[in-house]
Design a binder for this molecule. Structure first.
Ligand SMILES: NC(=O)C1=CN([C@@H]2O[C@H](COP(=O)(O)OP(=O)(O)OC[C@H]3O[C@@H](n4cnc5c(N)ncnc54)[C@H](OP(=O)(O)O)[C@@H]3O)[C@@H](O)[C@H]2O)C=CC1
Ligand SMILES: CC(=O)N[C@@H](CCC(=O)OP(=O)(O)O)C(=O)O
Length: 345
C-alpha cells in the first residue's frame, strides 16, 4: 500500500483527490491537512465521503507527512516549495498541483506568480507531470509539478501537429473556457453564484500565467519558436473545460492524414480519446472522469486546423492527472483507481 498525505484537503482539488483515492486499491490515506478544519472528521465536512474516509483533517504542523510515501499539495502557489525540501530529504515523494515546480524558467515563474522561488535548486530535478508527453521522466521522479488545467488541454491538442511539423508554431491561438471550480473554493466576489451564473466573460486577456507554462513545454516539441495567444473564459458551469485551438497549416495535408496524426499519437493512451473527424465533444462527456477528448476540424478544407479539446478541470486538469502520475511513479498500472465513467447528464 502507498501511504498518502494531502496538504489542502478541504479545497476542490483536495476533495477530488480524496474521492479518487478513496477507491484506489493501493492507496492508504494517512494524513489530510487543513488549517481551518483542524480536528474535523473529513466525512463530517464532506458527507459524500462517509464510510469511505475515516480520518480527520489535521493542521499542517501536526500532520505526520514525513511518514508518507507521497504527499500531494492541493494548495495555493508557494506552499509546496516551502515544505518539499524537508519531505524529499525524508524520502517522501512530492506531487504539487500548484505551479511551484512546473516551470524551469525561474524569472518567468517569479514574474507571473509574484513571489520569489525559495528552492530553485530543486527545479532541475522537478518533472512536469503530463504523462502523455513525459511518461519516462515521471517514472523515476521524486518531485512532480502537476500541469495547470488549461495547459493540459493546449499541450495535448497542439502536440501531434507540432511534432509532425505541419503547422506554424509561431502562430498558435487558444480560446479556452473553464467551469467556475477552476478558481478554487475560496470566497471571491467573481465566483459567487449571483456573479458567475447566467453570464459569461473572458479574463486575463492581457496575459495569463498559463501562457509561459504552455510555451515552455510546447517548445520541447519543435525546433521552431513557439508563440501562443491564449484567452481564458469563465463559463457558468461547475466543472469542465472546453478549449478551441487554432493553428495554420504550413503544408498540404489531407484531412485523413491530419486525423491520423492524432490517432497515432494517442492510440496507446487510456485517457485521451480522439473522436471521429469533425466531432463536437461536450464537457459533460468527461465529467468526473480522467478522460480528455479531442476532435479535429478543418473549416472549409482551408489552411486552418481547429482542434476541440474537453476535459474535467478537476480530474484530468488536476487531481486525476496527479494520481495518474503517482501510479507511474510507483510502478502501478497507470489507470489504477482512475476508471470512472463520466457522469451524464
Ligand atoms: N481548481 C482547479 O480546477 C485547479 C486547481 N489547480 C491548482 O491546485 C491548487 C489547489 O486548487 P484548489 O483546490 O482549487 O484550491 P482551493 O482554494 O479550493 O483549496 C486550497 C486548499 O489549500 C489549503 N491552504 C490554503 N492556504 C494554505 C497554506 N498556506 N498552507 C497550507 N494549506 C493551505 C486550504 O485549506 P485551509 O485554508 O483550511 O488550510 C484548502 O484546503 C492551486 O494551486 C490551483 O492553482 C490546478 C489545476 C486545476
Ligand atoms: C476559472 C479559473 O479561475 N481558473 C484558474 C486556473 C486554474 C488553475 O488551477 O490553474 P493554476 O493551478 O495554474 O492556478 C485561473 O485562471 O486562474
Amino acid at each position: 500500500m502507498i501511504k498518502i498525505g494531502i496538504v489542502g484537503g478541504t479545497g476542490y482539488t483536495g476533495v477530488e483527490l480524496l474521492r479518487i483515492l478513496a477507491t484506489h486499491p493501493q492507496a492508504q490515506l494517512t494524513a489530510i491537512t487543513s488549517r481551518k478544519e483542524d480536528g474535523v472528521p473529513v466525512a463530517q465536512m464532506y458527507p459524500s465521503l462517509r464510510g469511505r474516509v475515516d480520518l480527520a483533517f489535521s493542521s499542517p504542523d501536526k500532520a505526520n507527512l514525513n511518514e508518507c510515501d507521497v504527499v500531494f499539495f492541493a494548495t495555493p502557489h508557494g506552499v509546496a516549495m516551502a515544505q518539499a525540501p524537508e519531505l524529499l530529504a525524508n524520502g517522501v515523494k512530492v506531487i504539487d498541483l500548484a505551479a511551484d515546480f512546473r516551470m524551469q524558467d525561474v524569472a518567468q515563474f517569479e514574474k507571473w506568480y509574484g513571489m520569489e522561488h525559495s528552492c530553485k535548486d530543486l527545479l532541475s530535478e522537478a518533472v512536469y507531470g503530463l504523462p502523455e508527453l513525459n511518461r519516462d521522466k515521471i517514472k523515476s521522479a521524486r518531485l512532480i509539478g502537476n500541469p495547470g488545467c488549461y495547459p493540459t488541454t493546449m499541450q495535448l491538442g497542439f502536440a501531434p501537429l507540432l511534432k509532425a511539423g505541419v503547422i506554424d508554431a509561431g502562430n498558435l491561438i487558444a480560446d479556452c473556457k473553464s467551469g467556475v471550480s477552476g478558481a478554487g473554493r475560496k470566497a471571491e466576489i467573481g465566483i459567487l453564484f449571483s456573479e458567475s451564473s447566467d453570464s459569461f466573460k473572458a479574463y486575463g486577456v492581457a496575459g495569463h500565467r498559463h501562457t509561459p507554462e504552455t510555451i515552455e513545454q510546447l517548445q520541447h516539441l519543435t525546433q521552431d519558436k513557439v508563440s501562443l495567444l491564449f484567452t481564458p473564459h469563465l463559463v457558468p458551469m461547475i466543472r469542465g473545460m472546453h478549449s478551441t485551438l487554432y493553428a495554420q497549416l504550413t503544408q498540404e495535408i489531407s484531412n485523413e492524414a491530419l486525423q491520423a496524426l492524432f490517432e497515432d499519437a494517442y492510440k496507446d493512451e487510456t485517457f485521451v480519446d480522439v473522436m471521429p473527424f469533425g466531432s463536437h465533444p461536450e464537457t459533460r462527456s468527461t465529467r468526473a472522469s480522467n478522460m480528455l477528448r479531442i476532435a479535429v476540424h478543418r473549416p472549409g478544407n482551408g489552411k486552418h486546423v481547429v482542434i476541440l479539446v474537453v476535459q474535467d478541470n478537476l480530474v484530468k486538469g488536476a487531481s486525476g492527472q496527479a494520481v495518474q502520475c503517482m501510479n507511474i511513479m510507483f510502478g502501478l498500472d497507470e489507470s489504477t483507481g482512475l476508471q470512472h465513467v463520466p457522469v451524464n447528464p
